[in-house]
Design a protein around this ligand. Structure first.
Ligand code: 5AD
Ligand code: SF4
Length: 427
């Protein structure tokens, strides 16, 4: 989400004549796009914003701006404005459309802007220019905001309620991206499975995927994030029957304990989640399923954590983002009793070890198999090597050069190493 929003900011700035530069020292403008999902994201952003003071000292004409979720928290805008006098522009999550105007004000009169509108139900800005920087993949927002209010999560407070883009607008952008030559499109939303509910559509996400499935061409579609409570058989059927929609689903479980899931306000049980996995695998045996998992949520005891480990062992995710719970001011869980940091630390190590072992085992099973891979980039290490993902989302490194990027290859896997696969092109 944030990457794509940065692409929108870049699109707006390019209309004013700005271009990307190599280093902060060369910059006429530095824009920080912030995140506040966990404390360490916020601390890093604050550290970087504070450190930018030196660039302003060296170049007094430098414009420094801050956008993104951090600014939208309760009174964060005013606090930031006081704490960072070197920052010229502070924009809330629904004020990006004012970026150009604010930059002009600083350029012409060195006038500071702090614009943070309430974000609960803002309108969707359809005409924001986008400067895409993500290579073969294009991000595409299908909706904004979240209605779920998981008790640990700040997102509903800083991104407002769910607002879906119309089917016509999403499909127009989708077709444009394919015409422009993008080989992969990732549909974005906090909870894509509830796409269209606010527009009165019934099972809107399945409808949208059906429309996308009708479009022919050599491209791939991915989507994120799915909420288990809204993922259903109809959605799985469309994915299973479409050639272009990847069998790859990010389905965050958060915890394997019913007690914790209820305290998190997730609206599903562990058994329901496991039955979803079974349903998905019965229709798509090779589906890559990934997850977000948290440890150290209030009231999580050893038994609850065992349930999480047990679920991870049962599901065998092809990948997982693992987090230590971080209290967010203003959310219900922040006022629940917190568990000791050393307990969370112990649990996250065990969870990561378990998940790493599973990924290694799954990787091994790919050896000798042929995967269809979209070449995305030159490999970070090794001359003459390129990399890209398989349909199920695994990163594969194989022989190629800059001309390989953007093409599909059948790659035979010859070696695996943790989460990485290495192969040779067979076609
Ligand atoms: N602490 C830790 N992890 C969090 N997430 C969301 N809020 C928090 C929090 N307060 C995680 C969830 C979510 C992912 C995007 O970030 O696992 O799925
Ligand atoms: Fe946060 Fe829950 Fe919404 Fe995801 S579904 S953005 S975790 S409130």
């Amino acid at each position: 989400m944030n990457l794509h929003e940065s692409e929108k900011a870049a699109g707006i700035l390019r209309t004013l004549g700005y271009e990307e530069c190599e280093s902060e020292e060369d910059a006429d403008l530095i824009l920080f796009n912030t995140c506040c999902i966990r404390d360490n994201a916020e601390r890093r952003a604050k550290g970087n914003i504070g450190a930018a003071k030196v660039f302003k000292r060296a170049n007094p004409n430098l414009i420094i701006a801050v956008m993104g979720c951090m600014t939208q928290q309760d009174s964060a805008g005013e606090t930031m404005a006081k704490k960072f006098p070197h920052v010229d522009i502070i924009l809330g999550t629904n004020n990006l459309d004012k970026l150009a105007e604010c930059v002009e004000k600083v350029r012409s009169a060195r006038k500071r802007s702090v614009l943070i509108d309430p974000c609960a139900t803002p309108e969707i800005h359809e005409d924001t220019p986008v400067f895409r920087t993500s290579g073969t993949n294009a991000w595409l927002n299908i909706m904004y905001g979240c209605n779920n209010f998981c008790t640990y999560c700040i997102v509903p407070y800083v991104r407002g309620r769910e607002r879906s883009r119309t089917l016509v607008n999403v499909m127009d952008e989708f077709k444009r991206l394919i015409d422009e030559g993008y080989k992969e499109v990732t549909l974005l939303g906090q909870n894509v499975n509830s796409y269209g509910k606010d527009l009165g559509m019934k099972n809107g996400f399945a409808r949208l995927l059906e429309e996308i499935a009708k479009i022919n061409g050599d491209f791939r579609v991915r989507f994120m994030t799915s909420h288990p409570k809204d993922f259903n058989e109809e959605i799985a059927d469309v994915i299973a029957s479409s050639k272009n929609i990847c069998n790859n689903i990010h389905l965050p479980v958060q915890s394997g304990s019913d007690k914790i899931l209820q305290l998190m306000n997730r609206h599903y049980t562990r058994d329901y989640y496991l039955s979803l996995i079974e349903m998905i695998r019965s229709k798509m045996p090779d589906c890559g399923i990934t997850s977000d998992i948290m440890v150290g949520f209030p009231y999580e005891d050893d038994k609850d954590f065992e349930y999480t480990l047990d679920l991870v062992n049962k599901v065998r995710y092809s990948g997982a983002f693992t987090f230590v719970y971080s209290p967010r001011k203003g959310t219900p869980a922040a006022s629940m009793p917190q568990i000791p940091a050393e307990v969370s630390k112990r649990r996250i190590v065990e969870l990561v070890d378990t998940q790493n072992r599973i990924v290694k085992e799954i990787s091994k099973q790919f050896e000798g198999k042929v995967l269809r891979v979209l070449c995305e980039d030159l490999a970070p290490k090794g001359a003459g090597k390129v990399c890209g993902r398989s349909e199920c989302g695994r990163m594969v490194t194989f022989g190629g050069d800059v001309h390989s990027i953007g093409n599909f290859y059948d790659v035979k896997i010859v070696k695996s190493q943790s989460a990485s696969l290495f192969g040779e092109v067979v076609k």
